[in-house]
Design a protein around this ligand. Structure first.
Ligand SMILES: Nc1nc2c(ncn2[C@@H]2O[C@H](COP(=O)(O)OP(=O)(O)O)[C@@H](O)[C@H]2O)c(=O)[nH]1
Ligand SMILES: [Mg+2]
Length: 190
């Protein structure tokens, strides 16, 4: 059984950072990796996280006998300017944010920091409601100068993800992140 109100999570990051690939992976959508197809506007994916997965990551405050699954609504937002114009509407009621960037791209940490500053003006969420997903694939090497200059992002939790070698790690980190978000917004539901 699913809980009645889906929990809204935004997926933000520079163009070609792997947002849509991550959204498809987390929601088990079948789009394969391949030719780049830019996301137009915002794409919303709904899926459930099973209570057993969430309970696994929760503290002793959790009622493990509760069989409710949690409905997640993932908003895969394009980084284009038209979308930024609708930012207040998109940000409305979001409980958590995944910030995605490609560690091999020169300008992604700067862009990500800008995105965080702009969106958090509307979201006003605590650092615990953000999870940074650092993407790496192929033979690309991290841009060291940029990775150490994470500035305001340094206080947010961060997971590295390479879909080709450790696909399930991000799934676990996402479940753990969602159980803490859900405990925060409705402690009675877990
Ligand atoms: N091999 C490989 N390619 C990826 C991976 N993640 C993304 N890509 C490719 O990188 C491009 C951009 O990914 P996409 O998720 O559409 O980025 P978005 O613009 O942030 O939504 C696409 O061509 C993807 O197929 C990955 O983990 N491995
Ligand atoms: Mg996309």
């Amino acid at each position: 059984m699913a809980s009645s109100n889906p929990t809204k999570v935004l997926l933000l990051g520079p163009t070609k950072s792997g947002k849509t690939t991550l959204a498809n992976f987390l929601s088990d959508a079948k789009d394969a990796i391949g030719q780049y197809r830019p996301t137009v506007g915002c794409r919303i994916l709904e899926f459930q996280i099973e209570s057993s997965q969430l309970a696994h990551h929760s503290s002793s405050r959790t009622n493990n006998n509760n069989t409710n699954n949690s409905e997640i609504q993932l908003w895969d937002c394009s980084a284009d300017r038209n979308v930024s114009n609708c930012l207040p509407a998109l940000a409305n009621d979001a409980a958590g944010v995944l910030l995605v960037y490609d560690i091999t791209a020169d300008d992604h940490t700067t862009e990500l920091e800008e995105l965080y500053n702009v969106w958090n003006n509307y979201l006003e969420l605590s650092p615990s409601r953000y999870l940074i997903v650092a993407r790496k694939w192929g033979d690309g090497q991290p841009n060291r100068k940029r990775t150490i200059k994470m500035g305001t992002l340094a206080r947010l939790s961060r997971v590295e993800w390479d879909i080709d070698s450790d696909g399930h790690r991000v799934q676990n980190e996402f479940s753990s992140f969602m159980s803490s978000v859900l405990l925060d917004i409705r402690p009675e539901s877990l």
